[in-house]
Design a protein around this ligand. Structure first.
Ligand code: MGD
Ligand code: MGD
Ligand code: SF4
Ligand code: MO
Length: 725
């Protein structure tokens, strides 16, 4: 019996350590170290101990990264469809054949319909500069393909934050240690930004109070000092009412407001429309809860407000986030160490856009139309004019993760649509491809990663050779450029040359990049942004990045965009008319479908160990609603609305209040009951701001399945699906 730990055992072997970056859509952007043996095989992936946020550990998902890299179902060769669309029948072809066929089809489409007939669809498979940002722009700009409005995640929130304070300048997670009150509003870091949690615990130990505002009793809510559970989509009313209490009790910071904001009179008028009695009726909270929350927030300093993108995925998500972003200004918390707003760190460094995309090159056709990715199903089934004749999907799995996914499938079945999917796995989306291309994992590619949850950059050195014939996103772009006859050098540079180019072009305008060179990244892997100590607290100088240089309670820019210039609460487009009355058995109920703990969107949801931990696609329902419908825990239920349906396993739970439902996402349809997931019911309606997504404004009917109505499918991949019979 050996008493040695795996790490000690590894240290005895002659292993090469390679520095990397977690590529996934997660604010933590962990610094990785991968150990590789003499045969070139990776034997472990760990978090770097010397990184200020990673601090030596990885989440439940990426701890299993080698299972992903060496998964027996990794795609290793290009494939061509050999059966009907969606049948999953493919035959192996060579890269030369695949690239030649794609180029020929695209040349024909360009000649007949214009290159706008081609739509690249991608999102957050990797957040790297090269395999994401540059891949998303350069080749497509040269081709003149339709552009993609990348609106599926946080577009409304981003707009709201920029309109109000002009920059996404969150402090580093370490700054939470200064906080005395941490208000976590519609954000679930215990699952979605796990490296924030140790800082929350430490802050609590130092006496900070944590309040979570979430309709669901999440993992984060469980470890908070207080959990406040409003009805979904009512947060703007809650925030305006908190302001009402502050103003009427004189707890707001009138001096700060006078100096640093515009539009106070207009906002004040709005605020006065939200006495706590009214907000209580809207949010379903007790009047005292609202008053106490307002007093606690206004009288504790430093007070940090943490939001993330979850809360913006409603039809009123833009105004909700704008209202929340005003809160720290009411009490003068912007510019206070440990206070203010913790949303995203994205704007501490902005890459030089021209260097990333080269859209200004004379050889590029004029700017093309932009298609909103939330409307993918509609686009493919007639909304786009001229039509889309070819879809090129990479870094994304829209059949699983896009709203109104049934419509996406309908579009992908079009015989006149030529679909290419570049993937690591045969996802539900890849099944509809005409050509599948095999993609490299993060251990097999070069990249540079800018985080959105902390203040260091991570370079990713490849640790192993590509598996099979897998190629990185950018390498495929280079091959396609050659096949299309595009010879410009900026379409053919290797990944390091691109990183060098973008760093050099960006550095002169961005002081945070001073001294951060490619050579240093290759040697050190992770480097903190260059931020002088006196600038580390965002907005400490009282200067905001809006046109007025102040917090804009009233926004002229909002007027120009056709929005209400002053924050307000607008009921969601789908909502129960009387949300506080007990629901009848046939009444539609709001369903939230936020992030699963063991997946990232649909990524990782094909790994058996992680599926087992997440167990099954469940519907959390309160006992009162279950009873009204005759639903038992563990029973398969039919969840539906006018957009579509899917089946989930009922879990009677106190995590939700009566009249509110919850599930977690994103399960692969092909591993779900009846090969559908919750996105068969979610809406592709756009949010109030910026064309954002509205996954969480979703009224559904829930009915128990008849005892003799079996699921149409064999039990897939070990997921627990109860047999009702
Ligand atoms: N484990 C894991 N980590 C992830 C992801 C994942 O899928 N899994 N996804 C990544 C991505 S793409 C993103 S964008 C981020 C998202 O990170 P988060 O924003 O933290 O995650 P979400 O689960 O989308 O939403 C957070 C919370 O908002 C709550 N919420 C929804 N609607 C409302 C509302 O109307 N009012 C209030 N008060 N709360 C509401 C939900 O119940 C949920 O608990 O996480 C990233 N990290
Ligand atoms: N019901 C519901 N749906 C949601 C959400 C929700 O909360 N509820 N959240 C939404 C949000 S916030 C987001 S951000 C979107 C995310 O939507 P998507 O960006 O589509 O995310 P995934 O579904 O994880 O698909 C990413 C795919 O990229 C692949 N990939 C990873 N790395 C690479 C690479 O280097 N090259 C290539 N070619 N492929 C790669 C992965 O294998 C994976 O299949 O989902 C949205 N969908
Ligand atoms: S998913 Fe997030 S927490 Fe997990 S390793 Fe990647 S960056 Fe870190
Ligand atoms: Mo997202």
């Amino acid at each position: 019996m050996s008493l040695k730990t795996p790490i000690q055992k590894e240290e005895r072997r002659n292993l090469r350590v390679v520095y990397g970056a977690c590529p996934h859509d997660c604010p933590d952007t962990c610094a990785l170290e991968t150990r590789v043996d003499e045969s070139g095989r990776a034997v472990s992936v760990r978090g770097r101990p010397d990184h200020p946020v990673t601090r030596g550990w990885l989440c439940a998902k990426v701890n299993r990264y080698l299972e992903r890299v060496y998964h027996p179902e990794r795609l290793l060769y290009p494939l061509r469809r050999s059966g009907p669309k969606g049948s999953g029948q493919f035959t192996r072809i060579s890269w030369d054949e695949a690239i030649a066929e794609i180029a020929e089809r695209w040349k024909n489409i360009s000649a007949q319909h214009g290159a706008e007939g081609i739509l690249p669809y991608s999102y957050a498979g990797t957040l790297g500069l090269v395999q994401g940002g540059v891949t998303d722009s350069r080749f497509w700009n040269r081709l003149g393909a339709s552009q993609l409005e990348r609106s599926i995640c946080g577009y409304a929130a981003e707009d709201a934050v920029l309109l109000t304070i002009g920059g996404r300048l969150a402090p580093a997670p370490e700054d939470l240690l200064h906080s005395k009150l941490i208000l976590i509003w519609g954000s679930n870091p215990a699952s979605t930004a796990p490296h924030v949690v140790p800082f929350l615990r430490e802050a609590q130990r130092k006496g900070a109070r944590i309040i979570v505002i979430d309709p669901i009793r999440t993992l984060t809510a469980r470890s908070a000092d207080q959990h406040i559970q409003p009805l979904p989509g009512t947060d703007a009313a809650l925030a305006l009412s908190m302001m009402y209490v502050m103003v009427t009790e004189g707890l707001h910071n009138a001096e700060w407001i006078a100096q640093h904001t515009v539009g106070w009179e207009q906002l004040r008028e709005r605020i006065m429309q939200y006495p706590p009695e009214r907000a209580a009726a809207i949010t379903g909270l007790a009047r005292e809860t609202i008053v106490d929350l307002a007093r606690a927030y206004a009288t504790t300093s430093p007070a940090m407000l943490r939001i993330s993108d979850g809360i913006n995925r409603h039809t009123n998500g833009g105004q909700t986030v704008r209202t929340l972003v005003c809160l720290p200004a009411l009490v003068g918390q912007y510019g206070v160490a440990g206070g203010g707003l913790m949303y995203s760190t994205s704007d501490w460094l902005k890459w030089n856009k021209a260097a990333v995309g080269h859209s200004q090159e004379a050889v590029c056709p004029p700017a093309t139309r932009s298609l909103n990715m939330n409307r993918l199903g509609a686009i493919l089934t007639g909304e786009a004019d001229p039509s889309v004749y070819s879809l090129y999907v990479y870094n994304a799995n829209p059949v699983a993760s896009a709203p109104n996914a049934g419509k996406v499938v309908e579009g992908l079945q079009r015989e006149d649509l030529f679909t290419v999917v570049h993937e690591l796995f045969e996802t539900d989306t890849a099944r509809y491809a005409d050509i599948i291309l095999p993609a490299t994992s993060q251990l097999e590619q070069v990249d540079l990663h800018k985080p959105y949850g902390h203040l260091s950059l991570q370079y990713n050195t490849p640790a192993i050779e590509p598996l099979g014939e897998a190629r990185s996103n950018w390498d495929v772009m280079r091959a396609l450029a050659s096949a299309m006859g595009f010879e410009e050098p900026w379409l053919h540079m290797d990944a390091d040359a691109i990183i060098q180019e973008v760093l050099e072009a960006t550095a002169p305008q961005q002081p945070t990049l001073q001294g951060l060179t490619l050579e240093r990244f290759k040697a050190e892997g992770s480097i903190p942004l260059t931020i002088p100590d006196h600038e580390r607290v965002p907005f400490q100088d009282g200067v905001f990045r809006t046109p007025s240089k102040k917090v804009e309670f009233y926004s002229e820019q909002a007027v120009a965009k056709g929005y209400d210039p002053v924050p307000d609460w607008i009921p969601e487009v789908e909502a129960r008319p009387e949300p506080l009355r007990p629901a009848t058995k046939d009444e539609l109920l709001p369903l939230l479908c936020p992030a699963a703990h063991h997946f990232i969107s649909s990524t990782f949801a094909n790994q058996q160990t992680l599926i087992s931990k997440e167990r099954t696609p469940t519907l959390r329902i309160h006992a009162e609603d279950a009873k009204a419908r005759g639903i038992r825990s563990g029973q398969l239920v039919h969840v539906s609305n006018e957009r579509g349906w899917c089946r989930l396993v009922a879990e009677i739970s106190e995590d939700v209040r009566p009249g509110v439902l919850a599930t977690t996402t994103v399960w692969w349809p092909k591993f779900s009951p009846d090969q559908r997931n919750i996105n068969w019911t979610t809406s592709d309606r756009l949010a109030d701001f910026n064309g954002g997504s509205t996954f969480y404004t979703n009224l559904v009917s829930v009915q128990p399945l008849e005892m003799n109505e079996p699921s149409t499918q064999e039990e897939p991949l070990g997921i627990f699906i109860p047999k009702n019979a």
